[in-house]
Design a protein around this ligand. Structure first.
Ligand SMILES: Nc1ncnc2c1ncn2[C@@H]1O[C@H](COP(=O)(O)OP(=O)(O)OP(=O)(O)O)[C@@H](O)[C@H]1O
Ligand SMILES: [Mg+2]
Length: 451
């Protein structure tokens, strides 16, 4: 008997240790089975306690009465499917007549406590079917992206959602995006993640980094054009606008609309062009955008107007020419002068990292989802990289980027340096590389921090 006791104690201690030190391993070894059993066993009583049951229908009561059986009980939503995942459980429920998805959404916090899960969120799949996504532990504490994620051209995984799903940045559905956040909130790491993921795709990366290029220049080998000050940025943006016009000429030249051309073959954007003619899509990354909009002298004001006009034109017209904007900054509001709110309105994708005040969060979500504003303000300082993202349905979600170090991003860019396309219109801005290009990039991370 004693060896059995030792075994049980060993298992319990291992489980406890794993739960404390390695929650992800605990979940995969013990947690998932225990949680599945707990949910299935407690399901009926929890739903009843959370007010998610409906009284029996009249005909069921009548049948019970006729058969002289006890009155039937209230019924909980039907479990259509239980799917264990790497981070939690997904429960698909069929609602009973009279229930709605809002009832379930309103009970998420109660369900979380009742099933002893870390988080529970719900979403409607279709009429009458709701999905409950439960997480077994705090997956945003130490983000681990799944080893295999679906990569589609112009759609890259960039962060993990609090419900365990991967958050993608999809340039085809959301061409332009704005990322806001206070200093040291994780904006540049978010952008670095994007660069590291985009590096392996057939896309031209163009960067404007007014912090003297400290964030983007180490990744220069994968960039087709880079600017590290507002003067170069103004010229680069003008060149990008002429590149865009060139692409439109190409599309027009291909648009021979005659009666015998099938509708599907009429080109209206670069993705309708045949592969051999399609220009490479361009992602323009701007870090610290406010630097481009600030001015002290008359000349700088002219430069600022030129920059904002070019950005607004790219945001308005760029999508069909395959030019996508990814703009990062601490604030991006009307105090930066005319044209800013118009430009902001063009940036569909919104992400807010930790912000210092409500007005900064309002710049991201004020006009879309007021409760996302509150969520952005509540992000704690000790969780850089945690952000609130607006999604395509008008809702929002909490996400956290994985901590890609500068070294990892440099390695990804160097590995895919051969993919860097030459854009003739932007050739002047192509970063000059050290003469011995095979020498690995400097170990930036180990460089001493400036005093
Ligand atoms: N997802 C993450 N997980 C863990 N740590 C992170 C994450 N994102 C950022 N950090 C940490 O936060 C620090 C600041 O991040 P980052 O440089 O991206 O901030 P920032 O918003 O760009 O700041 P600034 O406005 O000053 O440029 C990073 O050095 C990194 O250590
Ligand atoms: Mg930064």
């Amino acid at each position: 008997m004693s060896w059995l006791t030792v075994l049980v104690v060993l298992v319990v201690v291992t489980a406890g240790l794993l739960r404390w030190r390695r929650p992800a391993w605990y979940w995969l070894t013990f947690g998932v089975t225990l949680a599945t059993l707990r949910v299935l066993i407690r399901y009926g009583s929890v739903m009843d306690a959370c007010g998610l049951t409906v009284p029996p229908s009249r005909w069921r009561i009548a049948v019970a009465r006729m058969a002289n059986r006890p009155a039937p009980e209230s019924r909980a939503p039907r479990i259509l499917r239980v799917r264990p995942t790497r981070t939690g459980l997904v429960l698909r429920l069929g609602l009973r007549p009279g229930q709605d998805a809002f009832d379930v959404a309103a009970s998420c916090d109660r369900l979380r406590h009742s099933f002893a899960m870390y988080g529970v969120t719900s979403r409607e799949i279709r009429s009458g079917v709701v999905e409950l996504r439960m997480t077994g532990y705090d997956i945003l504490k130490r983000v681990q992206m799944p080893a295999r994620v679906a990569t589609v051209p112009m759609r890259v995984p960039v962060a993990l959602r609090e419900d365990g799903a991967v958050h993608y940045r999809d340039y085809r559905t959301t061409p332009h995006a704005l990322t806001l956040g206070a200093t040291k909130s994780g904006k540049s790491v978010y952008q670095r993640n994007l660069v590291a993921e985009l590096a392996s795709q057939d896309v031209a990366l163009v960067g404007i980094d007014c912090k003297q290029g400290v964030e983007l220049f180490p990744l220069a080998r994968r960039f087709s054009a880079l600017a590290d000050n507002p003067d170069t940025a103004a010229e680069l943006l003008d060149a990008l606008v002429s590149h865009m016009e060139g692409v439109y000429h190409l599309i027009r030249a291909e648009q021979r609309i005659t009666a015998d051309v099938p509708d599907a073959e009429i080109a209206a954007d670069i993705w309708d062009l045949p592969d051999h003619l399609r220009p490479t899509p361009v992602v323009l990354l701007v870090d610290e955008v406010a630097e481009l909009a600030l001015f002290a002298t008359k000349d700088e004001e002219k430069r600022r107007d030129r920059i904002i006009t070019a950005l607004a034109r790219l945001a308005q017209l760029g999508r069909a020419a395959g030019i996508y904007l990814e703009i990062c900054g601490q604030r991006f509001g009307s105090e930066l002068g005319k044209g800013i709110t118009m430009l902001r309105a063009q940036l569909t994708g919104r992400t807010a990292h930790r912000v210092n005040d409500e007005s900064s969060a309002n710049m991201a979500f004020g006009d879309i989802a007021p409760d996302a504003v509150v969520a952005a303000i509540q992000i704690p300082t000790d969780k850089p990289g945690l952000a609130v993202v607006g999604d395509a349905t008008g809702g929002w979600a909490r996400v956290r980027t994985s901590h890609t170090t500068l070294r990892q991003a440099v390695n990804a860019c160097n590995r895919h340096a051969h993919r860097t396309p030459d854009l003739p219109a932007l050739a002047r801005f192509r970063p000059t590389l050290p003469p011995n290009a095979t020498v690995p990039a400097p170990a930036v991370e180990s460089a001493p921090a400036p005093a």
